[in-house]
Design a protein around this ligand. Structure first.
Ligand code: SAM
Length: 283
């Protein structure tokens, strides 16, 4: 059984974490509709994660998910392991508890996740975990602290850090728009975040021989206008927090560029998504 320290020592205190948590609080109710992953894909992702640990613990592994959000993946991991999540946004956590409520009541663990700032010491005992899972959130966390906590909380020589990310097909509408956005941000003097690289660097810093697995693939249908509209609601763009005026200006410029590039910006196009897992062994 997992052992957890009291959450009280882990109050959200840094400005960065507080800002992030406010940002996700504001979007908690629409998060899944905006960037959710299909359940069929998430089932496969959860199974693949447990397969990564196969041959290790005879019993259900202790698995800690950092920043589980609304619990999209947690709901499928939960029945397969001793699951616990540390989430920094009260709003996202509320969605997770709603989603996992029925499931959790049928299991021994009373609470599947708690409010905690992953940029502070995690409320988790030393050497207690078989795996740490971080899906689509590693780029939001302080890297050195993350590595330190992963090493502290995991059992030595027999545990894993598993990073999840969704890869868009390079020719998809969303990927094309992302490239245009990054170009615009650079023209405005900003340095956009390169999500994929962050995951690779983090995995490599734990295990230079980390593996990348394709856990699930699916199709999406999206129009340039839909992608732009989801960005209009966001606080930051490409990992850069902008003032409201510049945010609107950049998106207006992008919309104009999309009209020139795509023609009909309401026309939907099919494209592929892939859920990748970067699996690093703690040595
Ligand atoms: C992009 S969402 C990903 C959520 C989920 N893992 C998924 O794949 O859908 C990022 C999540 O990280 C959480 N988060 C960001 N900074 C955090 C921190 N310092 N401590 C804990 N959670 C944090 C946010 O509240 C949000 O739920």
């Amino acid at each position: 059984m997992p052992t957890f320290k009291s959450p009280s020592s882990n109050a959200i205190s840094t400005q960065r974490s507080a800002d992030t948590s406010r940002r996700f609080d504001a979007h908690a109710e629409v998060y899944d509709a905006r960037v959710g992953v299909p359940e069929s894909a998430l089932t496969q992702v959860a199974q693949k994660i447990i397969q990564c640990l196969a041959g290790k613990p005879e019993n259900k592994p202790n698995l800690l998910e950092i920043a589980p959000g609304t619990g999209e993946l947690a709901q499928f991991l939960f029945p397969l392991c001793h699951y616990h999540g540390l989430e920094g946004s009260q709003g996202m956590l509320a969605q997770l508890h709603q989603r996992l409520g029925a499931l959790a009541s049928t299991h021994v663990e009373s609470s599947p996740a708690e409010l905690a700032d992953a940029n502070q010491t995690w409320p988790v005992a030393d050497a207690s975990q078989d795996a740490i899972v971080i899906a689509r959130a590693a780029h939001l966390l302080a890297r050195d602290h993350l590595i330190k906590e992963v090493r502290r909380c995991c059992r030595e020589h027999s545990a894993f850090l598993i990073l999840g990310r969704v890869q868009k097909a390079p020719d998809s509408v969303a990927a094309q728009l992302r490239r245009m956005l990054h170009q615009r941000l650079r023209e405005h003097g900003h340095q956009p975040r390169r999500g994929g690289k962050i995951h690779q660097q983090l995995a490599a810093s734990i295990d230079k021989d980390y593996r990348t697995l394709s856990a699930a693939c699916w199709q999406v249908s999206e129009s340039p206008l839909q992608v732009l509209n989801t960005w209009r609601d966001k606080t930051g763009l490409g990992g850069v927090v902008l003032n409201a005026r510049e945010h609107v200006k950049i998106l207006d410029q992008l919309e104009q560029q999309c009209k020139e590039h795509f023609g009909d910006i309401e026309k939907k196009q099919q494209s592929g998504r892939e859920y990748q897992l970067l699996c690093a062994t703690i040595r």
